[in-house]
Ligand binder design. Structure first.
Ligand SMILES: Cc1ncc(COP(=O)(O)O)c(C=O)c1O
Length: 374
């Protein structure tokens, strides 16, 4: 395992070289104006840092849009979804027929999985990763071919490509990956997807794409535009802070989108759709969410450095760190201190996934972690 002390020191300096911090000094507190403007929740009890949500959301503008849509609650959502699909098509530079609106991206993952494996066959996926597609497809008879992540917790693309056979119906990539928070190198990713999509369908789950630091990092939507066999999922649950509203979407070339769309079950609802439209317009909240996530990650890194706990440099709104303690035990210890942390992600039973919350929640997490380890 390459996460030795030298590695974490290196990672720590990459992460901004923070000095710690016992009473967590150096925290940039929210100004009153920010608090008023973005209306963060009161501290929940327990503080929930277990599901990679964004507790700053939904933004005030989204809330107002939802309130203004109340009268439309008697209408079916299709026309409203059509307008949102237009906006999304423009945003991504694709045809409207390429967009499939779903009840959270989870619905997109599930229906894409069964669309291509309902008659049997196999999905190749990394382990650990986000499981919604594979668990659902397995229930409908698919086999899952699991490829362990490499020693740096990244995808082993070579091994994935090697395992493709005529049984393979889909290769599932989650990039950045949940729970490891790792990001594939841009050029390797593009080459891999171009090559593999000639043999099978590549699914790219981009739930955390907005958190990637490099503004030029490619979305696999670029390959959709070239007509390749690539399906991309996106969500309003993370940076837009709308996880409870259940809205996400898939992007695929129209021929592929048409086949997947037939399997939509839930779709979304008028309130979420109207909220999503406003979320796309609300650039200030988007920027605010990203800034707060960065700030929260720096605070968590600083605490992990202080405790000498190795971690993976995160491209998401959560951090995966080596707790060195069984995760179920740590989970109970942290819950006793009022903080709910991520579950176990086999085979990494002594690693912990911690989501960023509000700055106040992260400060509470840091204090709880320090006390559990002292
Ligand atoms: C990688 C990944 N994809 C998809 C989802 C599901 O998001 P949604 O709320 O859009 O269903 C999650 C949720 O945590 C996730 O981590």
């Amino acid at each position: 395992m390459e996460f030795n002390r030298r590695q974490w020191l290196k990672t720590a300096s990459l992460a901004g070289g923070l000095t710690l911090i016992n009473g967590i000094s150096g925290i940039q507190a929210l100004t009153n104006d920010e608090i008023k403007k973005f209306n963060p929740r009161k501290l929940n009890n327990p503080i929930k840092l277990s599901s990679n949500e964004n507790p700053y959301g939904p933004s005030d503008r989204v809330r107002n849009a939802v309130k203004n849509a109340f009268d439309d609650g008697c209408r079916y959502p299709y026309g409203y979804a059509d307008e949102l699909a237009d906006m999304l098509a423009k945003k991504h530079g694709v045809e409207k027929e390429s967009i499939i609106i779903t009840g959270g991206s989870t619905e997109g993952l599930k229906i894409a999985g069964i669309t291509f494996t309902a008659d049997g066959g196999e999905i190749i996926a990394a382990k650990p990763t986000f499981l919604a597609m594979m668990q659902y497809a397995e229930m409908w008879g698919a086999n899952i071919n699991w490829v362990p992540v490499d020693k740096n917790m990244g995808y082993d693309l070579e091994e994935i490509e090697k395992r493709i056979t005529n049984k393979t119906k889909m290769v599932f990539l989650c990039n950045p990956n949940n729970p490891t928070s790792t990001l594939l190198p841009a050029d390797t990713l593009v080459d891999f997807c171009s090559s593999v999509s000639k043999k099978t369908i590549v699914f790219s789950d981009e739930a955390y794409y907005e958190y990637i630091d490099d503004p030029n990092y490619p979305s696999m939507v670029e390959l959709v535009k070239k007509g390749e066999n690539v399906v991309v999922s996106k969500t309003f649950s993370k940076v837009y802070g709308m996880a409870g509203m259940r809205i996400g979407y898939l992007i695929a070339k129209p021929e592929l989108a048409q086949i997947i769309r037939r399997n939509v079950v839930a779709m979304s609802n008028v309130y979420a759709i109207e909220g999503a439209k406003e979320a796309l317009r609300d650039k200030a909240f988007f920027k605010f969410s990203l800034e707060k996530t960065k700030e929260a990650k720096q605070l968590i890194y600083a605490t992990l450095n202080h405790l000498e706990l190795p971690y993976v440099k995160s491209s998401t709104n959560f951090i995966f760190f080596k707790s060195g303690r069984n995760i179920d035990i740590l989970g109970k210890q942290m819950l006793d201190k009022g903080v709910r942390i991520g579950r176990a992600f086999p085979p990494f039973y002594d690693w912990c996934r911690i989501s960023t919350g509000t700055i106040e929640e992260v400060v509470a997490f840091n204090k709880a972690l320090i006390s559990v380890y002292s």
